[in-house]
Ligand binder design. Structure first.
Ligand code: PSU
Ligand code: MN
Length: 328
């Protein structure tokens, strides 16, 4: 099927989920990403909260550039997503990326609920997994790579702090490739919630769902996939049925980087206790914990973070390339 016929078919299947033609026009898609999509090339979406809030400057900028380069080397076109002066953008220029990275946490962390405010006030917003999925889907992208996703926080049975990432995974036709969810979260409840939302969760070459710094969360993943072709098969089947929901692919940390995992895990436990003592909650808790774990591990968690994202970018790009050949 030629790319535009396929795109028409997919948009007919899930118009509400990809947005109306008007809402698609409200998203600015860079020239390069537009051309890639029109040619039916593989495109991989990347988020920007990881750049502004997940890492310090200048490692955040270096990593963002390297991840884009890894996507290109793997045969796909990167599309980093952010809101710039009120305009939702899919695909950033080098100087736009540099500007966001240097502004860091002064940029507003933007998930779905923040979009109306950030856009109407012409603000800059770095998009979380939730908002990145939503905007990338409007552009016609089906694969998205990140480090870790948000989840059900520990103590959510009283705080009700559950990341919007999980709800948007349930209502956006997008494959999210990540290293799992960090152990700062309640992983068994995260997986329960994803089941309720109808998200297809798969572990890559593993029986267990990964926990970011450690290859296993101790929870079995609902599905196991062996290669990019099988991962792309999940996406193609979901699209063909018009499910409209997302797919979460957990890629375990490669063995050579898993060694420092237990050290990072100890620091995570300490950071959790500190957050509790300081009564840090809501939007602020994830950035606080990530930053504190980085301090406590003397940068080991940052180095592992960077390796993981690049590794995910290789696998995610291979999935996007395989999907392209399965769809066309
Ligand atoms: N987990 C990480 N690194 C991150 C994030 C999560 O290991 O940078 C970011 C992502 O952008 C994710 C967001 O979408 O935090 C989730 O935040 P919250 O829990 O407030 O929904
Ligand atoms: Mn939250």
């Amino acid at each position: 099927m030629d790319p535009s016929a396929w795109k028409r078919r997919i948009s007919n299947l899930s118009t509400q989920l990809l947005g109306t033609p008007q809402s698609q026009q409200a998203v600015h898609v860079s020239e390069e990403v537009q051309q890639a999509l029109q040619r039916g090339q593989a495109v991989v979406a990347l988020e920007s909260t990881i750049v502004t809030h997940g890492m310090p400057y200048p490692q955040n900028l270096e990593t963002a550039r390297e991840v884009e380069a890894v996507v290109r080397q793997s045969g796909a076109v990167p599309a980093t997503v952010a809101v710039l002066q009120g305009e939702p953008c899919v695909g950033l220029t080098g100087s736009q990326l540099e500007d966001l990275a240097s502004k860091g946490t002064s940029v507003r962390k933007t998930s779905r609920r923040d979009l109306p405010f950030v856009i109407s006030r012409q603000m800059d917003g770095s998009t979380t997994v939730s908002a990145t999925m939503l905007l990338a889907a409007r552009a016609g992208i089906y694969v998205f790579v990140t480090g870790g996703i948000g989840g059900v926080h520990r103590g959510a049975e009283t705080s009700m702090d559950i990341s919007a990432d999980l709800v948007d995974l349930g209502r956006t036709p997008m494959a999210v490739v990540c290293a799992g969810a960090k152990s700062i979260l309640d992983i068994p409840r995260t997986l329960e919630f994803l089941e309720t939302q109808g998200v297809c969760v798969a572990a890559y070459q593993s029986d267990d769902f990964p926990a970011f710094f450690t290859p296993s969360s101790g929870c079995r993943a609902p599905c196991r996939i062996e290669d990019p072709q099988q991962a792309a098969g999940l996406v193609a089947s979901s699209l063909q049925l018009g499910l409209g929901s997302g797919i979460l692919i957990g890629v375990p940390i490669p063995a050579e980087h898993a060694a420092e995992g237990s050290h990072i895990e100890e620091a995570t436990q300490q950071a959790l206790q500190e957050a509790d003592a300081k009564n840090i909650q809501g939007h602020a808790i994830t950035p606080f914990l990530l930053h504190r774990v980085q301090q406590l591990t003397g940068g080991a968690s940052l180095a592992a973070n960077i390796h993981l994202i690049k590794h995910n970018a290789v696998i995610g790009s291979q999935i996007a390339c395989s999907l392209r050949s399965q769809l066309h």
